[in-house]
Design a protein around this ligand. Structure first.
Ligand SMILES: [Zn+2]
Length: 479
């Protein structure tokens, strides 16, 4: 496939990586760069891509934005005053970066607030456990629930047990989550968090504790949203830290009976305001055609929401900022959407799909950063044939960042799920999430965990992606 344009591209990207002097940035070999391209690719591959690389990799765009959000606002629970303050912060930041048409799309959500949370083993030997209520959980009685514990080694063991016999007990669901670069362990481990209370209540239980959905061995429990099923009694549910779960597992293995005292006092607080914050670089030739790049502004309340999803907020805003700083004028409109209330059920993503329904046909492609602050290793299509063509055609543009095309289809991401379901094509940049679930939804999700070099690589990749999407002639909607 060697041609004049390919050779030119190779030289450009090699020049760029030498110039930048980044030790782990640069194409591995010539053959990898020489993949299928059309002439359009080579036009796009010229100095514009190099400008993007230079600006992003030598800057602290996302790092500074994430620092500002997590330091000036801190935790941003959906529907809270801090989430509202974060919306104000975001509009101010977007305006200061030179984004246009900055506005907030408002919507209301059912509010929920954390209360007191304590748990102790009362027998066979008194000891404290570290516990946190899951989002949406009802409270225990004010003094707590004191009861015998029924042990289940994982969620399947509970669902395959008879639908009775746990009257008044505290159900404990164990089960470790597997560590994986792509976060594949999360879905299976998350079942007990989402549906544990319902399954235990069907069997008569008074309350539930689960082993935290996480991959660390620290003593912080991981929160996260749970769900009640209509027509099933609502019982309180909390997560205990991994070492505390190990401790309980050992006691049960010894064949001992366990009595526990659990006290959780969260409460529902009625409708609360939330919103999505939007800012744009208006397209120079096709302003009505939209390239959407998203992240979510809300976080859980325990940490400062740095990796989930302050990093994504920094990356999405930083990528657009890099295009502006590079002096590039995208043909299509780049729309940055910072979603509200993602953590409590993708409420911002659903609100966007409703409020922007009449212009979804003009959304060329959507992408999203919501998997922490690790480096990106993959570029992956969504469900349309057009998105697959886009990825195979432009994969070479990401080689200089050590990013390779990944086979198969991705679902894009959580917040763009509702618009993807309505036909908006998606593409994904896959981040290394090996350590993501060590911190996810814990008090340890704080800014010190963020590496500026990894953030810069993310910004370079997303800036390249939205630039290519704004200029391409490939029809991403093509089936
Ligand atoms: Zn998130």
């Amino acid at each position: 496939m060697t041609s004049f344009s390919n050779t030119r591209l190779l030289i450009k990207i090699l020049a760029s990586s030498t110039l930048l002097g980044c030790s782990d940035v640069g194409p591995n070999n010539r053959n990898e760069v020489e993949i299928t391209q059309n002439t359009e690719t080579s036009v796009l591959a010229d100095e514009n891509i190099q400008k993007i690389y230079d600006t992003a990799l030598n800057g602290l765009h996302s790092y500074e934005i994430t620092k500002s959000l997590t330091t000036e606002i801190g935790p941003r629970l959906a529907g809270s005053r801090n989430e509202a303050r974060a919306r104000k912060w975001a509009t101010k930041k977007m305006n200061s970066l030179g984004f246009k048409k900055v506005r907030i799309d408002n919507f209301d959500i059912p509010g929920w607030e954390r209360g007191v949370e304590t748990a102790s083993i009362m027998s066979p030997s008194r000891q404290q456990l570290f516990v946190t209520a899951l989002g949406g959980s009802v409270a225990t009685p004010a003094k707590g629930v004191r009861a015998d514990v029924a042990y289940f080694e994982n969620f399947d063991a509970l669902t395959s047990s008879p639908e009775s016999g746990l009257d008044g007990k505290i159900v404990y669901i164990s089960g470790k989550m597997k560590k994986a670069r792509d976060g594949a362990g999360y879905g299976p481990a998350n079942q007990k968090r989402r549906s544990g209370a319902t399954e235990a209540a069907k069997r008569g239980a008074a309350a539930v504790i689960i082993r935290s959905v996480g991959t660390d061995s620290h003593r912080f429990p991981h929160t996260g949203q749970m769900r009640y099923q209509d027509g099933v009694k609502k019982i309180p549910i909390g997560a205990i830290s991994a070492p505390d779960a190990d401790q309980l597992d050992r006691i049960f293995k010894d064949g001992k009976n366990v009595k526990l005292n659990l006290r959780l006092t969260p409460k529902s607080v009625g409708p609360k305001p939330s919103g999505n914050v939007i800012g744009e670089i208006v397209g120079s030739e096709k302003p009505d055609e939209i390239i959407l790049i998203g992240a979510h502004l809300d976080s859980w309340d325990l940490g400062t929401g740095a990796i989930d999803d302050g990093a994504g907020v920094g990356i999405a805003m930083g990528a657009a900022q890099v295009l502006l700083e590079s002096g590039l004028k995208p043909k299509r409109t780049i729309r940055v959407v910072l979603y509200g209330s993602e953590e409590v059920g993708l409420l911002g993503g659903k609100a966007y799909a409703e409020q922007h329904n009449d212009e979804l046909a003009n959304h060329i492609v959507a992408t999203e950063s919501d998997f922490g602050a690790g480096k990106i290793y993959g570029f992956q299509a969504g469900k349309t044939t057009g998105s697959k063509l886009f990825v195979s055609n432009y994969a070479s543009m990401f080689k200089g960042l050590n990013i390779a095309a990944i086979e198969g289809e991705s679902d894009g991401g959580p917040d763009i799920g509702p618009i993807a379901a309505l036909g908006v094509p998606t593409v994904r940049l896959n981040q290394d999430g090996t350590d993501y679930f060590d911190l996810h939804h814990t008090p340890d999700d704080t800014f010190d965990k963020i590496d500026p070099d990894a953030m810069a690589q993310n910004v370079a990749a997303y800036a390249t992606l939205i630039w290519l999407a704004s200029e391409t002639d490939i029809d991403l909607r093509g089936q």
